[in-house]
Design a protein around this ligand. Structure first.
Ligand SMILES: [Zn+2]
Length: 335
């Protein structure tokens, strides 16, 4: 337990230290901040995790909490935001899968080590003891990695013990990353499909899409970081399940979803809405604005909040669309 508590403390303190030293999300793009945190804080906090065994569920929970805290801090999102949303917006997998991936890559290095080296000989002896049940209640790296291999449906190590064949390190690394990503995505889908809070969010963004387009956009347009963060924050809002009606104090009409009301129907924002549509009409062919106009209210909102459209646009037009969404939604909803 001590090593886990130490890892959690290191992860939190090193990430906050980086933020306080100037890598604040309001100054630097999230993409850059994300890379630095992954390469510096994660490497430091999870140093030697390849050899951690018998990790209990409580320890996993502590590590996940520490990771969520860092994930929310670097994106500048409120602490109450749903964790599966926060992780998906930046493309982060769970802390458990991060440790599993490191262990699997370490296994690849052990297997591909020269046969004459002592660590390889000890490893093979213990692996054979486990395979043929020579030791009762064997503990340590081998039984733990066996459970991980079963979880990710990787059979290469069993094949290696039987035939001596194992992929090259590059092939193994690719295979591990794909297996971990697929398992994480299916778990994320399973968790979010049964949760009403994710009904609208999964139309905007999913774990498989990686970084939210607004975060990618902020890398090339640093002056619009605040607007980008506002859009991402808006994506994480939990929408009403049914249609409760609230009274708008600006136009005096009832509404269900506040964002749909402001962007699509509130009379107070008519001039800003006209400007937004002028910007959208300026992008690409006229068929694009006709396509946007044909969408239902919810589909249109999902499209502009995701800053992504299925319509075939070229690179410049796609950037113009993202900029129009980010600046106009901020202008309408935040001011
Ligand atoms: Zn209104």
């Amino acid at each position: 337990m001590d090593r886990t508590l130490q890892a959690c403390r290191t992860l939190r303190s090193s990430a906050l230290g980086l933020i306080k030293s100037g890598l604040h999300p309001s100054v630097i793009s999230i993409d850059t901040c994300n890379r630095i945190v992954r390469q510096v804080c994660f490497t430091k906090a999870f140093f030697g995790c390849e050899l951690w065994t018998e990790i209990t569920n409580t320890e996993i929970l502590l590590l996940e909490r520490a990771q969520r805290y860092v994930c929310k801090s670097i994106q500048g999102l409120p602490r109450q935001t749903r964790s599966d949303m926060v992780n998906a917006l930046i493309g982060w997998k769970s802390a458990e899968s991060y440790i599993d991936e490191r262990k699997l890559l370490f296994l690849g290095k052990l297997v591909l080590m020269k046969d004459s080296m002592l660590p390889k000989q000890i490893f093979l002896t213990r692996a054979m003891e486990f395979k043929y049940n020579c030791v009762k209640h064997q503990l340590g790296f081998i039984p733990y990695i066996h459970r991980i291999l079963v979880n990710y449906r990787l059979s290469d190590f069993d094949t290696y013990l039987s035939t001596g064949h194992f992929p090259t390190y590059i092939q193994w690394k690719k295979k591990v990353k794909v297996a971990v990503q697929e398992t994480e995505e299916s778990l994320w889908r399973f968790r979010t499909q049964i949760d009403k809070d994710f009904k609208f969010f999964s139309r905007i963004h999913t774990l498989s899409k990686g970084l939210h387009p607004a975060w990618t956009f902020s890398r090339k347009h640093p002056l619009l970081i605040e607007q980008c963060r506002f859009i991402v924050n808006l994506c994480t809002l939990t929408r009403p399940y049914e249609e409760p009606f609230f009274l708008c104090d600006k136009c005096g009409r009832f509404f269900g979803d506040i964002t749909i009301h402001i962007v699509l129907s509130c009379e107070t924002f008519q001039s800003k809405r006209d400007k937004f549509w002028c910007d959208l009409i300026d992008i690409g062919p006229i068929e694009f604005s006709a396509y946007l106009h044909s969408l239902t209210d919810e589909d249109f909102l999902a499209c502009i909040l995701s800053c992504h459209t299925d319509f075939d646009l070229n690179e410049d037009e796609r950037t113009m669309f993202q900029k129009a969404c980010i600046t106009n939604i901020y202008w309408m909803c935040a001011t």
